[in-house]
Unconditional design. Structure first.
Length: 252
């Protein structure tokens, strides 16, 4: 029980670190965790993780990006070859980050979640048959989260047909047979809920524009013409920053 409490506190600290580092990185880690735990709960497949372990692994998978410059993480243009080499180091940095801690058991997932079936992934060029199901589960969640959520270079994708097509492509690169079929069914259910939630969020952002401006500039809220407000309100980042942190570990 004491170890579980320590692990939970460590995860909370890391979540806060991800949030302070980069909102996009934080959101991606949460979405990856949600997807991984949902698949464990709803697919009927034994991946070697409980739902809470899958959630923790999802939170931790990109912890190495705490060592990557925000200028690189948020860059909208193509990365230079040098920047890409930096990004490809994040699994190693993340693996080293958890060594000797209560989170060390997630080191393999952190290190290998970008490896590919044909051995062209990074950082070790490992082939899929040599990768544990726990790693492939988080790799699946990571890739789907990257497709679903906002990225520096594009907006989130909420078209159900396109998302389902991408689910099959991603999952088929990692699993096969009845396991693949079970994962696809579970993820379709997740996507329906996610699209509805995304729609509700967009409506909430739209309805809260005046409130956000008042929070930012109370002295002249009614007719605010500040450029920073006009940039922040559409993205909803000001609203998100006040709502996300209180929900830390809600699904763990």
């Amino acid at each position: 029980m004491q170890r579980k409490n320590i692990e939970k506190e460590a995860l909370q600290i890391i979540q806060r670190s991800l949030y302070c580092k980069d909102l996009g990185l934080y959101r991606h880690s949460l979405l990856t965790a949600d997807i991984a735990s949902h698949v464990v709960k709803n697919s009927g497949v034994n991946f070697g993780y409980t739902a809470s372990q899958a959630y923790a692994a999802g939170i931790l998978h990109d912890v190495g990006k705490l060592c990557v410059s925000s200028n690189i993480l948020d860059k909208k243009e193509s990365l230079t070859s040098r920047e890409w080499e930096v990004v490809k180091r994040h699994p190693v940095w993340g693996y080293e980050y958890v060594q000797g801690t209560v989170l060390e058991e997630y080191g393999e997932v952190i290190l290998l979640h970008h490896e590919k079936a044909d051995g062209t992934g990074y950082p070790l060029l490992a082939k899929n048959e040599n990768i544990a199901d726990t790693v492939r589960l988080v790799a699946l969640a990571d890739q789907l989260a990257a497709f679903l959520d906002n990225r520096p270079y594009r907006r989130r994708i909420t078209h159900f047909g396109l998302v389902c097509r991408e689910i099959r492509v991603i999952a088929a690169g990692l699993f096969a047979g009845h396991v693949l079929d079970a994962i696809i069914v579970a993820l379709r259910g997740f996507v329906v809920d996610w699209i509805n939630k995304s729609r509700d969020e967009r409506q909430a952002f739209s309805s809260q524009e005046v409130v956000l401006v008042q929070c930012l500039h109370p002295d002249d809220a009614k007719g605010c013409g500040h450029g920073s407000c006009q940039q922040m309100v559409p993205d909803g980042q000001a609203m998100l920053s006040s709502k996300i942190i209180p929900g830390l570990m809600a699904n763990a």
